[in-house]
Design a protein around this ligand. Sequence first.
Ligand SMILES: [Zn+2]
Length: 98
Amino acid sequence: MQKVYITETCLSCGIEFGITKERQEQLRKNHKKYYCPNGHNQWYTGEHEAEKLSRQLEAERAQSARLSRMADYQRKQAESYKGHLTRLKNKMERQEND
Ligand SMILES: [Zn+2]
């Protein structure tokens, strides 16, 4: 029986290497680590792990949106303080000129 090779790309160094289809199926099922020809760890994440990662990503996106809203709010506050300060300065200068 002829072996079918599948080309994999190392996530660390980008090297392309072939593994047999059987080996890939095994690895997909057991999520065991294997190595690229340069010795970098590789493994297939299971469905469960992929879901976990995507939830994590979602949470991080929400967090970053929150932070960006907070930064926005603080920028607006700073602008409003600056405006307030400018008005006060103008008022003081007017009073000095009076
Ligand atoms: Zn590698």
